[in-house]
Design a protein. Structure first.
Length: 291
């Protein structure tokens, strides 16, 4: 019975997926825009309200991401322990916010130990496989998300988060627009057939323009060229983040991480680019406007 569960879940998910008119990029564009605007409004609202409000949002997003990743990995017979990974995700994010990078690493290390103890206590059969799955989910996305907490903890942390999100979002916007209008040369057809080199060029251009405007506008010590270079670096990293998740989903035989976001799939389907970019943004903004 257990061996048929992944197939059953895939079939149920496919049956539950609503039929909707798709754009040339393969999604219901009005619904996708509405969902994206709603997510953006929630992020902007909590960021404007108080850093702790945004920290809570990060923690909630991390727990949802852990649940999605666990469900997805289960399709491939990998069962990551949910409780220690979810608790550890929140712990390392809060530790990073309160105590900095060393606390972030320390909390992540303790969580790995907790994953091992939790899983071995349930039996040793298949334990190594499941511990590896738990460690993967802890690293991607939880540990990477912790760098957002490091940025947020700075006196101007909300502005750093805003710049990071703004540049990364325009990677998706530029890639989507240029891909739909000019895309002819697939970048990685086996992983993501709709991604093109023209789309990547659009991502780089848009990110460089947004970075060149946002960085000197937000940071007194920031120069336009620094923002442009940051944007040009963010675009390919964001694209790689998207391709990593596409590869993971393809190997697991699933289309989306979940179906909780209309016309987007799962939360991780929206966070894939942000998750990989955040350590780069933390490091680069630390150089542009030293902590």
């Amino acid at each position: 019975m257990a061996e048929t569960e992944p197939t059953t879940r895939r079939a149920a998910r496919a049956a539950a997926a609503p039929e909707a008119p798709a754009s040339r990029a393969g999604r219901n564009l009005p619904l996708a825009i509405g969902t994206g605007v709603t997510l953006g409004a929630v992020a902007a609202g909590t960021l404007a309200l108080h850093p702790v409000a945004f920290l809570v949002l990060i923690c909630v997003a991390a727990v949802v991401a852990v649940w999605e990743m666990r469900q997805a990995l289960a399709e491939g017979g990998l069962y990551a322990p949910f409780v220690p990974v979810a608790v550890g995700a929140v712990s390392l994010i809060v530790a990073g916010y309160l105590r900095g990078a060393e606390a972030l690493v320390f909390a992540a290390t303790l969580t790995v130990v907790a994953i091992v103890v939790w899983r071995v206590a349930d039996g040793v059969t298949g334990a190594l496989r499941d511990i590896g799955a738990g460690a993967l989910v802890l690293l991607y996305p939880c540990f990477l998300v912790g760098f957002a907490a490091l940025m947020l903890a700075e006196p101007d942390g909300r502005w750093r988060i805003l710049v990071f999100i703004l540049i990364t979002v325009f990677s998706d916007i530029g890639g989507y627009a240029f891909g739909v209008l000019f895309g002819k040369h697939p970048m990685a057809p086996r992983l993501s057939p709709k991604k093109s080199w023209e789309g990547l060029a659009g991502s780089v251009l848009c990110c460089a323009l947004v970075g060149g405007v946002a960085v000197p506008l937000v940071f007194d010590a920031g120069e336009w060229w620094q923002g442009a270079v940051l944007g040009a670096l963010v675009a390919p990293v964001a694209t790689i983040g998207d391709l990593i998740e596409s590869s993971l989903k393809r190997n697991l035989g699933i289309k989306d991480m979940s179906n909780i976001l209309p016309a987007h799939g799962g939360l991780m389907d929206r966070l894939d680019s942000l998750v990989l970019v955040v350590p780069l943004a933390w490091f680069a903004l630390g150089i542009i406007a030293p902590y």
